[in-house]
Design a binder for this molecule. Sequence first.
Ligand SMILES: *Cc1c(COP(=O)(O)O)cnc(C)c1O
Length: 375
Amino acid sequence: MQAPQTAAFQPPRRILMGPGPSDVPQRILDAMARPTIGHLDPAFTTMMEETKALLRYAFQTENKLTFPVSGPGSVGMETCFVNLVEPGDTVVVCINGVFGGRMLENVKRCGGVPVVVEDAWGRAVDPGKVEAAFQAHPEAKLLAFVHAETSTGAQSDGAALAAIARRHGALTIMDCVTSLGGTPVLIDQWGIDAAYSGSQKCLSCTPGLSPVTFGEAAIAKVKARKTPVQSWFMDLNLVLGYWSGEGKRTYHHTAPINPLYGLHEALRILAEEGIENAWARHRAQHQALKAGIEVLGLDFVVPEDERLPQLNAVGLPEGVDDAAARGRLLNEFSLEIGAGLGALAGRIWRIGLMGASARADNVDLCLKALKAVIR
Ligand SMILES: *Cc1c(COP(=O)(O)O)cnc(C)c1O
């Protein structure tokens, strides 16, 4: 068999203003190009410990069990569900977009009994409905919700939802893939028991890593399981020996060494900026984009007080062809924005202002480019 003839891949330069990945700063790419070392090398484990400390800062938590799962955000999602949902557990699942639907799928596959709380796509989760669901199902052991619904750009009230679960003796799983680093995620203050995120959204790293954090009550539930976690790879009891950092580190799987250099650098950038400053920057760039969007006459999908600064969903203008317009943005402006998902496919655009992408010149370019393709 003949080897295929190829050239080294040279990706085009793009400006990434979609739902992730976001622009990756050169500093992070440089970090990832450094020499690969063994994942049990003491130098590597020192970096792992720093990464965990930096992640605790990003999540605003003292949780010891805070680490990046080797896999994209979806693997962080599964890690939470396969460990915390035992067959027969009743789980209140909030659905107000695509990712809440994936949570439901996870609950079902873990043998959990879902109680679905539905809200319209484009709206926050209604705490009143969650309260009613717990009153109707006092046996519920878990609440699962998406803090920042990337499919619509709606932000839910993490503090209020976690408080309801706590009052009813249930644990909380929160998806903060799109919120971490872009808008406040206060794990300890809100009392979130388990949360997962992703490297490629507001942390502006390359895709493929999923920061997770688990509190004491969540760990106790995993340890008290009557049935083994059905996934060997994601079983926290096994992963703990690798990430715990208490002296002897045992082989579990080979960590993605170089991507972890990248995450370490991305988190250092966040720490240097200061997380409050990062939140403020996302808000400020959102305000600038919003002003321009309104001048263009486009409407936001989400009501103002439920809007995420880092994911701006706007209705497609009358008579504009979705794929053709986004094609022009890519070809003429090297700009990527997101299409609608699920029920909103072909009806909205999703403009991301995530991490390093949330900067004034990107907002200017995006508005100029949108104006050109809408005309
Ligand atoms: C992107 C995203 C995910 C999935 O992350 P992947 O890295 O694509 O697996 C999950 N939840 C939300 C809210 C997301 O935005």
